[in-house]
Ligand binder design. Structure first.
Ligand code: ATP
Ligand code: MN
Length: 465
């Protein structure tokens, strides 16, 4: 006999062709019923909805039916039929059931519904089996796919930046060390400091905080590139918007100025959100209902409205004139905090805001200086509920000005000689930005803690799973 193909529950729930035999495999969400008939809600992760399996108790052994409890993994062969129950188009009339894995109801942590997100973080190994995390993980996948699609369709090349880096010039945050030296007894130099020349790479190395510097090398050859990889920051910031390990998308474009850069960032974000609305509606509707009643409206609003573009100086004037009490006082020259960013977006403009021309002191060395010699061509995109979602800039392409800047900041030239070389040989105006992938997923899912939009979050004192 021909081997029957496993069907995805997603496809079965959409099909109009009832009356056919089918085979499904998945995890039991619930089982209910009476002594004649049982109803199993079976989910295989292909879609948020479970399919109903109808079991005539008399046709199966008591032994087998006892094993079918919440969390168990089973295979069902049966007939797909129109469902008499409301809210589901089809159901499966079971003919054969195999139990792959039982799940003890006494100890299975997801036996009951309605756990708090905090509790689910403690069982990150099992939370993908909940509706909430199924929805988030499918959306996360769709967004990763849409990012590659957007860039591919627009002539960008995917560049893989290294994860281990020998330069800590980027200055984007504290770094994690990468070393094979014996921490108890490392080789020492005569002055007592650790001798990294004996380490694996012959020098001190760290995990990258950003792929930008390498993306610039790529852009000055392939014109349009982007990176999409993990980045690491050892800052002890226990906030709902920071992870120690997060994924970043960093496009870098030769011949783009700051305005081209902003246009790209706005078009890119709108594309991604439109993609989610067009491809993830089942999951969005669930999250909208359970967590954030304004989610879908907010997503549509972003795709339909222009972002406000505003200089840092004007933004500071607005913040100072607002009469708000800030946790962090604001004045020209201070870095803006999430409370300020969110005020501008949520209370003042009621739209996403792109802020430009920040004071050079609070931005990185590679940003292009404006004529005023005080501000740089930085651009941060600020979103409702999130604050900064993108940070970017036009880059300083002039070798002398770039050297002056790194000397001012005390960065040794020998650490980034290869970066300076791009300004020496065929330099070009260029720009780029970094989008924090998890910040995007926070926004698209309406979740409020970044620990809930990555499968296995890495935060201070937390790397269990
Ligand atoms: P913030 O001011 O919010 O801490 P940043 O200015 O340090 O961010 P950048 O160095 O500009 O961030 O990084 C680019 C993007 O990466 C940010 O706009 C944000 O979306 C994301 N990002 C930065 N730090 C983190 C983090 N610790 N966890 C998750 N995403 C982050
Ligand atoms: Mn930033």
């Amino acid at each position: 006999m021909e081997k029957m193909q496993q069907a995805k529950i997603r496809d079965l729930l959409k099909t109009k062709e009832t009356g056919k035999e089918c085979l499904v495999r998945g995890w039991v969400r619930t089982k209910r019923g009476n002594k004649n008939i049982n109803f199993i809600a079976l989910n295989d992760g292909s879609v948020i909805h479970s399919i109903q399996v109808v079991v005539e108790v008399a046709q199966f052994s008591e032994e087998l039916l006892k094993q079918i409890t919440t969390g168990a993994c089973i295979e069902v062969k049966g007939t797909l039929v129109d469902s008499p129950a409301s809210g589901q188009p089809v159901e499966i009339q079971a003919k054969e059931i195999i139990v792959f894995g039982t799940s003890d109801p006494e100890t299975y942590p997801l036996q009951k519904k309605g756990h708090s997100l905090e509790f689910l973080r403690e069982i990150a190994h099992l939370r993908p089996r909940t509706n909430t995390f199924g929805a988030i993980l499918r959306i996360r996948h769709a967004m990763a796919f849409a990012i590659h699609k957007y860039f591919n369709d627009n002539g960008f090349y995917y560049l893989h930046a290294p994860i281990i880096t020998g330069s800590d010039a980027e200055g984007a945050g504290a770094l994690f060390r990468v070393s094979i030296l014996d921490p108890k007894n490392p080789p020492l130099k005569p002055d007592g400091s650790v001798d990294f020349s004996e380490d694996f790479f012959g020098k001190e190395t760290k995990l990258t905080v950003s792929g930008q510097l390498q993306a610039e090398l790529g852009a000055l050859a392939l014109s349009l590139v982007y990176t999409f990889g993990p980045t690491f920051r050892a800052e002890n910031s226990n906030t709902p918007r920071h992870l120690a390990e997060f994924w970043m998308i960093e496009p870098e474009m030769a011949f783009y100025d700051i305005v081209d850069n902003m246009d790209l960032a706005e078009d890119f974000l709108k594309y991604l959100i439109r993609y989610a609305l067009e491809n993830c509606m089942d999951d969005l509707e669930f999250l909208n209902k359970m967590y954030d009643i304004e989610l879908i409206e907010r997503l549509k609003f972003i795709t339909e409205n222009d972002f406000i573009r505003l200089g840092y100086t004007e933004a500071v004037d607005i913040l100072k004139a607002s009469g708000q009490q800030w946790e962090f006082p604001v004045d020209w020259g201070t870095d803006l905090q999430a409370e300020h960013e969110r005020y501008l977006v949520e209370q003042h403009f009621h739209k996403p805001v792109i802020l430009t021309d920040y004071p050079k002191e609070i931005k990185a060395f590679y940003m292009k200086m404006n004529e005023d010699n005080k501000t740089v061509r930085a651009m941060d995109v600020l979103f409702p509920k999130i604050g900064e979602i993108i940070g970017g800039s036009q880059r300083e392409e002039n070798l002398e000005r770039l050297k002056n800047r790194i000397h001012e900041l005390g960065i040794p030239e020998k650490d980034i000689w290869w970066y300076l070389d791009t300004r020496k040989f065929g330099t070009a105006p260029h720009s780029g930005f970094g989008l924090g992938f998890e910040r995007l997923i926070l926004f698209v899912t309406g979740m409020s803690n970044i620990r809930d939009v990555i499968p296995f979050p890495r935060t201070p004192k937390n790397a269990e799973f």
